[in-house]
Ligand binder design. Structure first.
Ligand code: ATP
Ligand code: MG
Length: 263
């Protein structure tokens, strides 16, 4: 118990009470043409319970940054601390095709040490949370793309993490399904105390979901601009104030892409 408390205290000190603390992070990759600087001096916090979207042009380093926060790779400089181990969700659902939806979730529960007798009930609860109660026994190929992402979300939620990292999780879905999943995610976020760092290159998606939108520049990726989104939820993608802010952000994003094009 003492160790657990000490660990919690360490982690609170490292994150400064934030869900994620990214401080002066840079990342370079070795390429045949030499070292390529992809992220340059990124400093960004995600507060407990905050929903932040990270927006930027293709190739600007969004996934690279998310992977660093996830601990899948190490920064070349700077430091990253998170409140516990984050849960991850990607564009590809990454469900195991030989398992049912329910068993995919139970596997995540097992890996986090949930006792066997509690797993089924918890998996059903999580499927209920993403409104897929009937899908427990369904295999992945029997589910639509939207349903698969719901199961992937339920599985991520099953990790009981305080921070959820999402890398374009709805990008492969049609617009209507994506819109429905935005509403589900917003509802689940409001019902839980989750902090979310959500990567997208879709400006309207960023504005619809987030309390704060962070725009990354390209080559190297730097924090170019931030917006606090005060529009009350639930937001509609076609709402005038969502559209207005999206236009402003798109202008900035275009500027970043133009600047990059001149390099
Ligand atoms: N492991 C790696 N080795 C070398 N270069 C890499 C590696 N991972 C990423 N890169 C390079 O870093 C840059 C940023 O890639 P990243 O995938 O982070 O961009 P992104 O913003 O997520 O793009 P997209 O919106 O297309 O998903 C790219 O130029 C990419 O080629
Ligand atoms: Mg990416």
């Amino acid at each position: 118990m003492a160790t657990t408390l000490a660990k919690a205290a360490d982690s609170a000190a490292a994150t400064g009470g934030q869900a994620a603390r990214i401080e002066h992070v840079s990342k370079s990759f070795a390429t045949p043409a030499g070292s390529q600087l992809v992220l340059d001096d990124i400093t960004l916090d995600v507060a407990p319970g905050e929903f932040v979207t990270l927006l930027g042009a293709s190739g600007c380093g969004k996934s690279t940054l998310l992977n660093l926060v996830a601990g899948l790779d190490a920064p070349s400089a700077g430091s990253i601390a998170t409140d516990g181990r984050p849960a991850l969700m990607f564009q590809e659902h990454a469900l195991f095709p030989w398992l049912t939806a329910g068993k995919n979730i139970e596997l995540a529960l097992k890996m986090r040490g949930v006792p066997k007798q509690d797993r089924r009930g918890r998996a059903e609860e999580l499927l209920g949370l993403v409104r897929l109660r009937g899908a427990y026994g369904k295999r992945v190929h029997e589910l639509s793309g939207g349903m698969r992402q719901r199961v992937a979300l339920a599985r991520a939620l099953g990790q009981d993490a305080r921070l959820l990292l999402m890398d374009e999780p709805f990008a492969a879905l049609d617009a209507i399904t994506r819109d429905v999943l935005h509403d589900e995610l917003t509802r689940i976020w409001a019902e839980t105390n989750l902090s979310i760092l959500f990567v997208t290159h879709n400006v309207r998606e960023a504005v619809k979901l987030a309390q704060r939108v962070v725009l990354l520049s390209s080559r190297p990726g730097r924090v170019a601009h931030e917006w606090t989104v005060d529009i009350p939820q639930p937001r509609r993608i076609e709402d005038a104030d969502v559209a207005e802010l999206s236009v402003e952000i798109t202008e900035q994003l275009r500027g970043e892409i133009r600047r990059h094009g001149k390099d």
